[in-house]
Design a binder for this molecule. Structure first.
Ligand code: NAD
Length: 472
């Protein structure tokens, strides 16, 4: 590679890891043990479609089994390859460690363009891929638990869970073999929106620390900040809607594959999602300026840029043009290692992927726990909550001699729903993780950026676990 050029996603993740390991002074032999994937499998399998056999190729990489099961999404995308899956698996190990989710890291991918297939065909391909993963020991509730990622969602997870259950009918925990399932198939409320909601919580927490905000040159709170989101899929749409609806940001641009739409006054994520569902793209969304060159729109003026599409979007080729002072990595790996150096020199702040998008795996963990315990969260305590609230309301009414207004009483008497618990756990996890990361950055002179600090928090935990298990 030429100096000053990007070195690819896997090399980028290795570079980020090495920087944190050096700052912590981790022994070089252990650095290599922890950095590389423990195992990777390539699976080629035929599926008979439209009267002929088509061969598909997929991968599953297991990065670290210091905690079991290992966990990580399954991506359906045409350009997916082994290196990409390895890079994503490594990120999963550190992401889980950072947010105290007791899983090792893994990731899977199938090289396929889902749009080229009917739903029935996709189901057959997904089921066959599941059989291959099961045959080779790369799926199972106590071993390896996939989740949705680019190009997959609840539907694919339901097919995978059902196929696994058919293969192992006596496994009482079979449903826990994947997370991100529909709520009616063992899923948990709020999982689909979890990554985007987690983005809102982390950004919200960042803006609670005025000195952190000042570091990127912004001032004041989150309300009214001008945001551009790249990628309007699961993560991008949900992050945008929660930031607009709950934090009062202005969504001044959305960048998609078919172009970008910009609007200084702010656009509605809900209306744009409807437009996209009707037309297949963002192009032609009323009241916005259309820019055909999606990549160029990344360097438009805004306060917060949220790349939520895919890796390698901000590279040395465009890092010098990025205007946003704050870059929030909702996608995995959107800023390359080399590009980040350019951004940091320009005093930009990057909130790193392993922190920002950890909401997905956090709620996946809740789902898995609920599956293996065979019980919905809150089932034992909801009525108790309601009775206690009722008693408090009665006491207030008795001592004041006035009725408590219905609008104040109703939320108390509803009790705590499973979704309330999921949101509360996610909120607490994401904000706590940001505070851990900033503390490590402030306490350690050798750490100057939030990504290195996030890797350092995670690496310390993984390293300790290797040492305690006697693997080091
Ligand atoms: P998705 O498939 O739902 O959405 C991705 C969106 O990005 C799509 O709308 C696509 O059209 C758009 N896109 C792709 N390439 C683009 C480009 N070059 N320019 C503009 N738009 C582009 O995927 P997702 O689940 O939202 O995942 C997005 C990113 O977030 C990925 O990096 C993924 O690994 C990461 N992530 C996802 C989750 C999750 O829970 N889904 C969790 C953690 C991290």
């Amino acid at each position: 590679m030429e100096p000053g050029t990007d070195t690819g996603f896997l090399a980028s993740v290795r570079g980020m890891f090495d920087k944190a390991a050096a700052a912590l002074g981790v022994a070089p032999d252990l650095v290599e043990t922890i950095r590389e994937c423990n195992s990777v499998i390539q699976l080629r399998f035929p599926v008979r479609l439209r009267g002929r056999y088509r061969t598909f190729c997929g991968w599953r990489a297991v990065h670290s089994e210091h905690r079991l099961p290992v966990k990580g999404g399954i991506r359906f995308a045409p350009m997916v390859d082994q290196q990409e899956v390895e890079a994503l698996a490594a990120l999963m190990t550190f992401k889980c460690a950072l947010v105290d989710v007791p899983f090792g890291g893994a990731k899977g991918g199938l090289a396929i363009r889902p749009k080229d297939y009917t739903e029935e065909e996709l189901e057959r391909i997904t089921r066959r891929f599941t059989q291959e993963l099961a045959d080779h020991g790369y799926i199972g509730p106590s071993r390896d638990v996939p989740a949705p990622d680019m190009g997959t969602g609840e539907r694919e997870m339901a097919w995978m869970a059902d196929e696994y259950r058919a293969l192992y009918p006596s496994d009482i925990d079979a449903l826990a073999c994947v997370t991100g399932k529909p709520a009616t198939q063992g899923g948990i409320p709020g999982r689909q929106q979890a990554t985007g909601r987690g983005v809102q919580y982390v950004v919200g927490e960042y803006f609670e620390h005025r000195e952190d905000v000042a570091r990127c040159g912004l001032e004041g709170g989150l309300e009214g900040k001008r945001v551009i989101v790249q990628g309007f899929g699961n993560v991008g749409f949900n992050a945008a809607q929660y930031l607009v609806d709950n934090e009062g940001v202005l969504l001044v641009g959305v960048i998609e594959r078919d172009g970008a739409v910009l609007c200084d006054a702010g656009l509605s994520p809900h209306a744009l999602a409807e437009h996209r569902a009707e037309t297949g793209g963002v192009t032609g969304f009323p009241g916005t300026q259309y820019v055909a060159d999606s990549a160029r729109a990344l360097s438009y003026d805004c306060d917060i840029l949220i790349p939520a599409a895919m890796e390698n979007q901000i590279t040395v080729a465009n890092a010098a043009d990025i205007k946003a002072p704050l870059i929030v990595e909702a996608a995995n790996g959107p800023v390359t290692f080399d590009a980040e150096r350019v951004l940091l020199k320009r005093n930009k702040v990057v909130l790193p992927d392993l922190l920002v998008n950890a909401g997905g795996v956090t709620v996946s963990y809740f789902e898995w726990v609920s599956n293996v315990s065979h019980m919905r969260f809150g089932r034992l305590s909801r009525q108790l909550d309601v009775q206690r609230s009722l008693r408090i309301v009665e006491m207030i009414e008795k001592s004041t001699g006035k009725p408590v207004p219905d609008e104040l009483k109703a939320p108390l008497l509803r009790g705590t729903e499973e979704l309330d618990l999921v949101r509360s756990g996610l909120d607490d996890t994401m904000r706590g993780a940001y505070r851990d990361v900033r503390r490590v950055m402030l306490e350690n002179d050798a750490i100057e950026d939030l990504r290195t600090a996030a890797f350092a928090v995670a690496l310390e935990k993984v390293e300790r676990s290797y040492r305690e298990m006697g693997l080091a």
